[in-house]
Design a protein around this ligand. Structure first.
Ligand SMILES: [Zn+2]
Length: 420
């Protein structure tokens, strides 16, 4: 066992609840088991020692959580909706942008991971179709979930389901293989049927029953067309999927449609929720204990709305934050998402609570709270070290750290116990 010890002038996200902060904190971790072994606040500091001088401009936070993204779509600029373009046509164009060479996909995944890790994110709930994501997330020292997405599947009916299995099963086997080779203690594999309008209830139920995923990560109630479709009304999704699904849904509220499919395991994430209703909240909170992830910048970009504030206020559990992919989000910096979320909903900005939302709450939603989400003894050493030499306002240091406009830079990352 080899122990690393570092001194920091400012420490945030301390303790089991990630709400404590302190000055002159020494953190030690065991780089073999990757866990934090001691956290001490130092009082009798030798004023001019080398260690103190080295630490004078350093602040530490737990790694941030991006609870909904698609790293395989890269970090390129958004694909904008064209004037008068339907969401469906935009989705088709996005789907086309996924036709890339394996080398390009690798490069895109690395771009996205580099952008995120360089802005403090170290825990990601990813939704995608490429098993190589597992390799790259492990390589970049990123923790979190990878959910295998099956999107616009081949035709399905119960008499002849072979084309569907022929597509889903090998992909699942490839993800499992990738986990066997590259997975690590803080990475889990789940399933993402992109959203209910892509997959018939019978297909969805059958896949979940067959694959028994650890968790499900779905898009939910994202846009109006989807809701019209789920309610059996005329919708262009109907055109798009008529040949694929051969069935319309019949449900009163968005969540009912999802519940009819009875596919939820005990943990899961549902992203967006722009069209959620009061009735859905009961299911979300009391019945399923799912975590809702809001991606306000992507929602506002694509739909000119995000989860309604009164719905947000009715949800008992903390709503998590995600960026969605770079195709609908201008940066993959989760701090920008927090800014957009708090300002759109006119919420009071309390930096400690915001940090908690971006760390411990996120880790909890990803079922990784025992290992991640705060700086506490026994948790994995997974944090960002910030250079705050340009920051004058010591009393609002955390506000500055969470504000991308004020340019604090990552000095170093400690990713799963390894300095990188
Ligand atoms: Zn998404």
């Amino acid at each position: 066992m080899s122990v690393e010890t570092r001194l920091f002038h400012y420490a945030f996200g301390l303790g089991e609840d990630a709400l404590d902060s302190a000055e002159w904190v020494e953190v030690s971790w065991d780089s073999t088991h990757r866990r934090i072994t001691t956290i001490n606040q130092l009082t009798d500091l030798p004023v001019e020692s080398q260690a103190v001088n080295a630490a004078r401009h350093l602040a530490i936070t737990p790694a941030f959580v991006n609870a909904h993204t698609h790293v395989d779509l890269g970090a390129a600029s958004p694909i904008n909706l064209l004037p008068n373009e339907d969401m469906i046509d935009w989705l088709l164009r996005v789907n086309q942008s996924r036709q890339r060479s394996p080398e390009q996909i690798d490069a895109d995944i690395c771009d996205a991971l580099n952008v995120m890790t360089s802005t403090g994110t170290g825990i990601i709930a990813d939704v995608g179709q490429h098993p190589r994501v597992v390799h790259h997330m492990a390589n970049h020292g990123v923790a979190g979930n990878v959910a295998m997405e099956f999107f616009h599947p081949s035709p399905w009916n119960l008499e002849n389901n072979q084309p569907f299995w022929d597509r889903v099963m090998p992909l699942w086997a490839a993800f499992q293989e990738a986990f066997k080779i590259h997975g690590h203690q803080a990475l889990t594999l789940g399933l993402s049927p992109h959203s209910p309008y892509n997959v018939s209830p019978s297909a969805w139920a059958a896949v979940v029953e067959e694959l028994q995923p650890h968790f499900i990560h779905a898009h939910i109630a994202e846009f109006e067309e989807e809701m019209a479709y789920l309610n059996g009304e005329t919708s262009r999704i109907n055109d798009l999927h008529q040949a694929i699904i051969k069935k319309t849904f019949d449900a009163e509220a968005p969540f009912d449609a999802y519940l009819q499919n009875s596919f939820w395991p005990s943990s899961g994430l549902v992203a967006h929720g722009c069209e959620l209703t009061e009735k859905d909240i009961l299911n979300l909170n009391r019945r399923l204990h799912l975590h809702l992830v809001s991606c306000p910048r992507s929602n506002l970009h694509l739909h000119h709305k995000t989860i309604p504030t009164h719905i947000l206020n009715a949800i008992d559990s903390p709503v998590l934050l995600g960026t969605d992919s770079a195709l609908s989000c201008p940066t993959l910096d989760i701090r920008d998402e927090a800014k957009a979320f708090y300002s759109h909903h006119e919420l009071h900005w309390d930096a400690k609570q915001v940090l908690k939302k971006m760390t411990l709450d996120g880790a909890n939603g990803l079922t990784l709270k025992d290992d991640l989400g705060s700086l506490a003894i026994g948790k994995l050493a997974h944090f960002s070290i910030w250079d705050v030499s340009h920051v004058d306002e010591k009393e609002s240091m955390l506000d500055v750290l969470l504000d991308t406009g004020r340019t604090p830079e990552i000095h170093q990352r400690v990713a799963l116990g390894q300095v990188s």
